[in-house]
Design a protein around this ligand. Sequence first.
Ligand code: ATP
Ligand code: MG
Ligand code: ZN
Length: 278
Amino acid sequence: MRSDPALSLKNLTVCYGGGCEACRGEMAKGMKKNRCPVCGSIWALREVSLSLFSGEILGVVGESGSGKSSLLKCLYFDEIPLGGQLTLPDIAENAFSLSRQAQRRIRNAHMGMVHQNPMLGLRMDYSAAANIAENLIAANCRNVRLLQDRIDELLDIVEMSSYRRRETPRHFSGGMQQRVQIAKAIANRPDILLLDEVTTGLDLSVQAKILDVLKKIIRDFNISAVLVSHDLAVIRMLAHRTVVMLDGKIIEQGLTDQVLEDPQHFYTQQLVHSLLCI
Ligand SMILES: Nc1ncnc2c1ncn2[C@@H]1O[C@H](COP(=O)(O)OP(=O)(O)OP(=O)(O)O)[C@@H](O)[C@H]1O
Ligand SMILES: [Mg+2]
Ligand SMILES: [Zn+2]
């Protein structure tokens, strides 16, 4: 699948800890791991470049700490990068250089995010409906009748009984919490969905149902998605293309089948092999 890019990312760099002269200079390029041995700063992303094409699902895999969530947080403007350029065609030449307010506007109109940690994506003491309404209101939907109707519609899309709309996510199972996160993420009909370990930690049967719901949403609403998962089975099922991350860098990328069936990098070979051995 090749079409116009929905987004292009160039040289995204994120450093937690501020860095020092050593790691901000030439040494950065030579650092094997993402941690500076001099000052201890974590270089969570080191000049990451990628494109997401329209209608495509881009998988992102890599071990814990490789920078997957940091990548999504930057794309959702939750994390301010040290450097890099995010081009959103017809919207912004470099969205990272816009004001926070402009970034919020873009996020509300064009993006949806499912956080790895539901505590970050949901207000646990608000009802499911209020959680979804929060995003609708942020995009200026203020009419109560329209709000109610859209919330019902969204609960229906994520296959959640509407009688649960008044309950709070704190009392939901992990699968239910993810359904509310998904409903909230697609509330404003985004072009781009950012999905961080959506099914991690869920029972296999629940996982399968949530993946079905997602597949349907992405297809029916012609959404482009970045799908982060350390579960290669999930990536294999959904992602058209896949990038493999290690220590804040992309070490391999290609069509998902290619990457999983004929991995070139030693680390990817190990990753695929470990899955086959389970
Ligand atoms: N707010 C933060 N402050 C300091 N270090 C952080 C912060 N967030 C992440 N890190 C570090 O940055 C690196 C990348 O973290 P990130 O959460 O992006 O990894 P990940 O690939 O999503 O891992 P996981 O698979 O465990 O979710 C890790 O070394 C992590 O410890
Ligand atoms: Mg993560
Ligand atoms: Zn340093």
